[in-house]
Design a protein around this ligand. Structure first.
Ligand code: HEC
Length: 173
């Protein structure tokens, strides 16, 4: 507004030959424009925008902006897939209450030790040398199949997850 007013005064002064008035008005106009520009920048960018140090300061991400619990949600393969599977399909017969075939599947040591066959139920890194995997892969009507025939068998996805987990070293946590 002020700038527009001054510009008109300057234009009128020049049109009427009042050179000194036109010049001084233009001078004020220039100063006003610079000032207005600064004010405008302060409005949009906040005070201190003209101080280059502040303007170039690195953007600090506040802790609150980081998504909470990203790691907790991730979990390990053992926690997410293997433990629930063993718990649901095996522990009733191979846990603290019963140890069918003298095998417990509730600790890594017990699983590595195996049962009455004395075969290692799991050989970390070697799915093909893991009695546990051989048993769950058997046809459902095989007398060695695990879980036994009258129990629901594992899905193809669960067997694949077990195989991958054993191949990866059977990490128990
Ligand atoms: C309803 C009970 C029952 C359930 C559930 C069950 N088992 Fe068994 N399991 C047995 C019995 C009984 C034996 C011993 C007879 C045999 O060797 O077939 C056995 C033996 C085994 C053996 C051989 C142990 C050895 O070295 O002699 C393995 C390995 C095994 N089970 C794995 C599993 C796995 C893995 C699951 C879950 C996916 C499971 N079992 C679920 C009853 C069960």
């Amino acid at each position: 507004m002020i700038c527009a007013g001054l510009a008109i005064v300057a234009w009128l002064a020049q049109a009427k030959g009042r050179v000194w008035l036109a010049r001084s008005t233009l001078g004020v106009l220039t100063a006003a424009t610079v000032y207005a520009g600064h004010q405008g920048a302060s409005l949009t960018h906040g005070p201190g925008v003209t101080a280059w140090r502040e303007a170039r300061a690195p953007v600090v991400v506040k802790a609150a902006q980081v998504k909470p619990g990203a790691e907790a949600v991730a979990g390990s393969v053992f926690e997410k897939e293997i433990q629930p599977l063993l718990q649901r399909s095996c522990i009733d017969c191979h846990g603290p209450d019963k140890a069918r075939g003298r095998l417990r599947l509730d600790s890594r040591e017990a699983v590595l030790a195996g049962g009455k066959s004395r075969l290692p139920s799991i050989t970390p890194g070697k799915p093909e040398a893991s009695e546990l995997l051989r048993r769950v892969k058997l046809p459902r009507d095989d007398e060695d199949a695990m879980p036994p025939e009258d129990e629901p068998g594992l899905t193809a996805e669960e067997i694949a997850a077990l195989e991958k987990w054993i191949a990866g070293g059977a990490v128990w946590h």
